[in-house]
Design a protein around this ligand. Structure first.
Ligand code: SAM
Length: 238
């Protein structure tokens, strides 16, 4: 899993995700307690879109490059450079988020389970864990035919997706061209992903202690169907 080069253009190409989807977090603004733990925080896009104060925020990410952008933009906020799987903090939070496919990057169901345990244990009673995942349907039906190209004056980003049926794994091959003094430099990196059936996910969440779980189709904002491509889970620590 690498964000070494994507980190350099991440905010330019991925900001759209938060522009389109911040409304799913509109409840955050009316929370009295605004404490938030951001698992896989990346470049800290949540901070700017949810207007999170430094005293309320802790972000965790294993990518030094992603975090260096976050720290440059938000020098007052607290960030931990480590794996989510090893994260342990004495503070408890009203909201834990793990946004934008981050959980799909974990390739074993036991790791998903561990993230749910970690989220549960870092929440205050009544707190909410919110995360999104793309579905098995999306991986199997959309990924084999996807290719996206985004460009700007100083970079070109090509994202090719594929699906390995034997390993049941989705692979994103990123090719990034960055303009340099002598022309264009090419960088390649890969991100591997899996998905789990949403019933399996719910069972893992229940095993971690979450009793109230709501699933929403990310694209429609309605109940999920067999053809849902991305699911947003709202889980409350009862
Ligand atoms: C798709 S990005 C999402 C970033 C951010 N949540 C957002 O909404 O823009 C996934 C992030 O998860 C991080 N990540 C992947 N595996 C991780 C791990 N084991 N521990 C911590 N962070 C991880 C990556 O470094 C990357 O920043």
């Amino acid at each position: 899993m690498s964000y070494r080069f994507l980190s350099q253009i991440y905010d330019d190409c991925k900001n759209d995700f938060w522009i389109k989807n911040s409304h799913f977090f509109s409840f955050y603004q009316s929370n009295q307690d605004k404490s938030i733990l951001d698992l896989g925080c990346g470049t800290g896009l949540s901070i700017q879109h949810l207007k999170i104060n430094p005293c309320d925020y802790i972000g965790v990410d294993c990518s030094l490059e992603m975090l260096s952008h976050a720290k440059n933009k938000f020098p007052e906020h607290s960030f931990y450079n480590q794996s989510i799987l090893d994260f342990h903090h004495p503070k408890r939070f009203q909201l834990v988020i793990c946004s934008f496919d981050t959980i799909n990057h974990f390739l074993r169901s036991s790791e998903w389970s561990k993230i749910f345990d970690i989220s549960f244990s870092h929440l205050k009673p009544g707190g909410t864990f919110v995360f999104d995942v793309f579905t098995e349907y999306d991986l199997k039906f959309n990924w084999p035919n996807q290719m996206n190209l985004v460009d700007s004056k100083n970079w070109v980003y090509i994202q090719r997706s594929s699906y390995d049926t034997d390993k049941e794994m989705g692979i994103i091959d990123n090719t990034i061209f960055l303009r340099s003094k002598n022309g264009w430099d090419r960088y390649d990196e890969q991100i591997r992903n899996i998905s789990l059936n949403s019933i399996v996910v719910e069972n893992l969440l229940r095993d971690s202690g979450f009793q109230q779980i709501q699933k929403i189709d990310f694209n429609t904002g309605k109940s999920t169907t067999k053809e849902t491509e991305r699911i947003l889970f709202y889980c409350i620590k009862g």
